[in-house]
Design a protein. Structure first.
Length: 313
């Protein structure tokens, strides 16, 4: 069994506009390095011409494998499927839209050869508008402060992982796969290499605002119990405070002859506590949702078709 040096895993969702160009640049970049490699495209339920593009590319390149999902299962699931199918001594995950420049692979491989187990790409400059930059920065800072695992800021999923790291990841049973968090959590020798992230080569971003919010919530609650603990603390404080207020109200009622006003403060307290309770229920619900997902034990994705070598069936 001769494993290739490198497996390049590429999740694609409606990327007909960029896939052929990406595949061309990738092969052009890797060929001169003399590395043996395979590419694994995971078609995450595309509804455009992506499948046909992949099919014709695969006919011209035996090193290419294609995993077709039965529907859109999301970026994290696509990466997971790719990692499970990969045979390489190192695996790289990258986007198909050329925002993760294939040229950086050369540097990543160098670092791997120096003995690093994980080489992650750090974005020196971030594309996107001001709001995206601020929310992304905020998310990474929060995650870092709350999660207890040190997820390097300004990194995406573009990274190289040595075989032993991939084996550890593949053995993880959890369904909520916040991959960049898991990789940081695993440890080993990790290093970052920085690059300037170019804009998308063609097409639109496949992440809606809603998808990003869900992703952020999943990541945060998968790696941190702090939100739950904050809810508990807020509850304790509210309980103590209401005890104090109750004592005060009783004292006013029993020992003074001040008239009953207080309607405004009553409404304010009801609204505040009601809001806090709903928020608390929401946070707890997030965690219960995770427990629910894990307990169902349903697969993370369903493969409709796998085109690989005869050997891997
Ligand atoms: N992607 C995917 N499934 C999805 C959404 C995105 O496989 O549900 C792929 C997409 O085709 C691309 C990569 O994930 O190769 C990153 O997506 P995109 O470039 O749209 O994200 P952005 O760079 O805007 O954060
Ligand atoms: Mg992109």
């Amino acid at each position: 069994m001769n494993a290739p040096d490198l497996s390049v895993i590429v999740p694609v969702f409606n990327e007909e506009a960029v896939v052929p160009e990406f595949a061309r640049v990738l092969v052009e970049t890797l060929t001169p390095t003399g590395l043996t490699f395979e590419t694994i495209f995971v078609n995450d339920g595309s509804s455009d011409g992506t499948a046909q593009r992949l099919e014709s590319l695969r006919r011209g390149d035996a090193r290419m494998k294609v995993i077709e999902f039965s529907r859109n299962f999301g970026h994290q699931s696509a990466m997971t499927a790719g990692l499970r199918a990969a045979k390489g001594r190192a695996c790289v995950i990258m986007d198909a839209d050329l925002q993760d420049p294939p040229a950086l692979l050369v540097t990543m491989v160098e670092k791997w050869r120096e003995g690093y187990d994980v080489v992650y790409a750090v974005r020196r400059s971030r594309e996107g508008n001001g709001l995206q930059k601020v929310t992304a920065a905020l998310f990474y800072r929060t995650l870092r402060a709350l999660a207890g695992v040190d997820i390097p800021p300004d990194t995406g999923d573009f990274r190289l992982m040595a075989r032993r790291v991939v084996d550890v990841l593949n053995a993880f049973p959890e369904r909520n796969r916040f991959l960049r968090g898991l990789v940081s959590w695993i440890g080993f020798r990790q290093i970052g290499v920085s690059f300037d992230r170019p804009p998308r080569a063609a097409g639109e971003t496949k992440f809606s605002m809603w998808k990003m919010v869900r992703f952020a919530l999943d990541g945060l609650t998968a790696f941190s119990r702090v939100p739950l603990r904050l809810v508990t603390m807020a509850g304790v404080m509210a309980f103590l405070a209401s005890g104090g207020v109750l004592a005060w109200a009783l004292w006013v009622r029993l020992f003074t002859d001040r008239s009953v006003q207080g309607w405004t403060s009553l409404i304010a307290i009801i609204l505040l506590l009601g809001g806090a309770q709903l928020l608390a229920l929401g946070v707890i619900g997030e965690y219960i949702a995770h427990i629910f997902d894990e307990a169902k034990d349903r697969p993370t994705y369903i493969i409709r078709r796998f085109w690989g070598n005869e050997k891997d069936s």
